[in-house]
Design a protein around this ligand. Structure first.
Ligand SMILES: [Zn+2]
Length: 241
């Protein structure tokens, strides 16, 4: 999840600092992995150090997943000419290449430098597997406009790149941007705290909860969230003569 402050990015653009790293600034990229119900989500954080999102993704895969990975991302403005005039919208495309050989030893990468090796020790290195070298060189030839060209389907692009190796296309899945958080869920979570704990959460008259996964913000009036226990006590109190 990435939030770029509009005002700050506009100021950077005006100053001619419009490189991806300059616009992103120095924050963190959070990679959230959610493998569905009955699994717990986990998150890897990578520092954005003035470089682009591809760089941050490579850092993540190197340090967290440790799978040889190449990421390509492109975004561009598209002008659509229709009967009702021209419309402009943004179009993004990307490609992730991973090396997942049957023998995991082939995908082994060198230890991260410096790691816990004593000073003066030569950085660890491993020869790169030929198949992986071939794959990442092919992906390096992909141009930005190929990634966002509406006439180049992902199947066509895959075939162009890897037809010599043979391409197998799996059934595609529709992607939607969503998080499993909800107002009801957050309210229920707040209900599990004691009244005293909740009183301490009140700031400027409200309780504000930000979802760490999608950055959605939920604002509650303190009287909107009461613990079940408190409700039961209130009910019991009312029932007394
Ligand atoms: Zn969320």
């Amino acid at each position: 999840m990435l939030l770029v402050e509009r005002a700050r990015s506009a100021a950077a653009m005006a100053a001619g600092e419009d490189g991806p790293g300059e616009l992103l600034g120095h924050g963190h990229l959070a990679m959230t992995i959610d493998q569905g119900p009955d699994t717990s989500r986990y998150q890897g954080l990578v520092a954005l150090e003035g470089k682009d999102l591809e760089h941050a993704a490579h850092e993540y895969f190197l340090r967290s997943e440790q799978i040889p990975t190449k990421v390509r991302i492109a975004v561009g403005e598209e002008v659509v000419v229709g009967a009702d005039g021209t419309r402009q919208h943004w179009r993004a495309g990307g490609l992730v290449l991973q090396f997942l050989p049957r023998d995991p030893k082939r995908a082994q990468q060198a230890d991260l430098d410096p790691g816990d090796a004593p000073e003066g020790v030569e950085p660890h290195s491993l020869p790169e597997d030929d198949a992986w070298r071939e794959g990442r060189s092919l992906v390096a030839t992909v141009q930005d406009d190929e990634l966002i060209d509406p006439t180049v389907s992902s199947e066509r692009l895959l075939y162009q790149l890897f037809h010599q190796r043979g391409v197998r296309v799996f059934r595609s899945r529709k992607l939607v941007a969503q998080c499993s958080c909800s107002r009801e869920g957050v309210a229920a979570m707040l209900g599990n705290f004691s009244q005293d704990d909740r009183d301490h959460m009140v700031e400027n008259g409200v309780i504000t909860v930000t979802c760490e996964f999608c950055s959605a913000t939920y604002v509650f009036h303190p009287s909107d969230v009461a613990s079940d226990v408190a409700n039961e006590e209130a009910d019991a109190g009312r029932a007394e003569p």
